[in-house]
Design a protein around this ligand. Structure first.
Ligand SMILES: Cc1cc2nc3c(=O)[nH]c(=O)nc-3n(C[C@H](O)[C@H](O)[C@H](O)COP(=O)(O)OP(=O)(O)OC[C@H]3O[C@@H](n4cnc5c(N)ncnc54)[C@H](O)[C@@H]3O)c2cc1C
Length: 347
């Protein structure tokens, strides 16, 4: 959330001036502690600020847990969804609008300490877990919730790395203007790829949709995109490379091995070919399935006591905002139960 230092309510504490997004937020800060000293030890650390991690954080605050959220960003994948039509309470809301509401709930109503940073390592220590961030700071907790979600898969073809952000994008809505009035390619056949087509249809001159198999998106979206007059669909085509100078100028496809490649001039290529779970941080600590997802029980527990996981990084059925949020809530409740059990055992 942006805070303008000129107009924001502020408070000085130990020589440091803190700025707040509202009077309510400042009052809460002043009421909860006289001054915020950076702490390194908590009962619970939550990793990830997508729907799973943010919901776990709100639940942890409501359950009055001593909790700390560490995340690379506040929002996760949901921020890239332009049309959320399946979240209860809203017939239609954009991902960024929904995430703003989640953030507001966390910061204004159910505050917990949080840090925007990348977690580099998780280790098991005597009384729980040690979490190292990219600035090499270490934080410890008795219990951990991993809600690190998924990351977009790459094509791994020549030109993809060279033209990163110079015509090669992975579906962020902000990047669409790069192809204003020009031709663009979308690679993928699922809901994310077809959502991109829907967003590009008023922006790009021609859209080339390339999928290595049949389109797999929901039928309702396929029906909608079939009405686009500037869309050209290439099912069963593989991308073999991207060419250009300073930026992308064409994409090369091949229908089948051995067939002649086919080059299409485009200004931008939007890649939406699926996601891989961000489970590498705990791959040595908990059981993963063949897809690399963290295997969880019905209470979000993993094969390691004290380590819970929620959302897209797990094998929970359904990769959806509402499911990740529900799992985050469950993980926080289960984490609290575990902390109470640990306390009882050592009392
Ligand atoms: C383009 C697009 C459109 C979508 N549309 C819809 C839709 O309409 N409806 C719907 O229900 N779902 C939709 N989804 C799916 C939905 O967004 C996901 O199911 C949901 O966001 C999963 O939430 P999550 O919290 O489990 O993971 P994520 O949203 O992936 O969040 C993971 C969080 O963990 C953080 N993280 C990862 N690794 C680290 C690390 N090492 N250190 C610190 N932080 C880390 C990330 O920064 C992020 O904040 C869409 C997804 C995409 C990509």
């Amino acid at each position: 959330m942006d805070v303008d230092e000129k107009t924001a309510p502020s408070s000085e504490c130990d020589g440091i001036v803190y700025y707040f997004c509202s009077e309510g937020c400042r009052d809460k800060f002043l009421k909860e502690t006289v001054c915020k000293f950076p702490r390194t030890s908590y009962d619970l650390i939550i990793i990830g600020g997508g729907p799973a991690g943010l919901t776990a954080a709100v639940y942890a605050a409501q359950l009055k847990m001593d909790a700390f959220l560490i995340t690379r960003d506040l929002g996760g994948q949901a921020i890239d969804s332009t049309k959320v039509e399946n979240y209860m309470g809203y017939d239609f809301i954009t991902g960024p609008e929904l995430i703003e509401k989640f953030q507001y709930q966390l910061i204004h109503s159910h505050y917990i300490d949080h840090l925007i940073n990348e977690v580099e390592m998780i280790e098991v220590v005597q009384d729980g877990f040690s979490v190292t961030t990219s600035d090499l700071n270490k934080y410890s907790s008795r219990v951990l919730i991993v809600g690190s979600g998924m990351t977009r898969r790459k094509l791994n073809v020549p030109g993809e790395e060279e033209f990163q952000r110079k015509g090669v994008f992975y579906g962020n809505i902000q990047d669409l203007s790069f192809v204003q009035g020009e031709d663009a390619a979308v690679v993928g056949g699922g809901n994310s790829a077809l959502q991109l087509v829907e967003n590009l249809k008023m922006v790009a001159r021609n859209i080339h949709l390339i999928s290595d198999g049949k389109l797999t998106a929901d039928k309702v979206i396929i029906d909608r995109i079939n009405l686009c007059t500037n869309l050209h669909i290439y099912e069963g085509h593989k991308v073999v490379g991207l060419k250009g100078g300073k930026t992308v100028s064409s994409i090369t496809l091949r229908k089948m091995a051995g067939m002649e490649p086919h080059e299409i001039p485009v200004k931008g290529v939007f890649i939406a070919i699926g996601l891989t779970p961000n489970s590498h941080l705990v791959s040595d600590l908990v059981e993963l399935n063949e897809k690399g997802e963290i295997v969880i029980g019905s209470d979000c527990s993993t094969s390691r006591p004290g380590l819970f996981a929620a959302g897209d990084v797990t094998n929970a059925y359904g990769k959806r905002i509402i499911i990740a949020s529900g799992e985050g809530a469950k993980a926080a409740m289960a984490a609290r139960r575990h902390i109470l059990e640990l306390r009882r055992a050592t009392a």
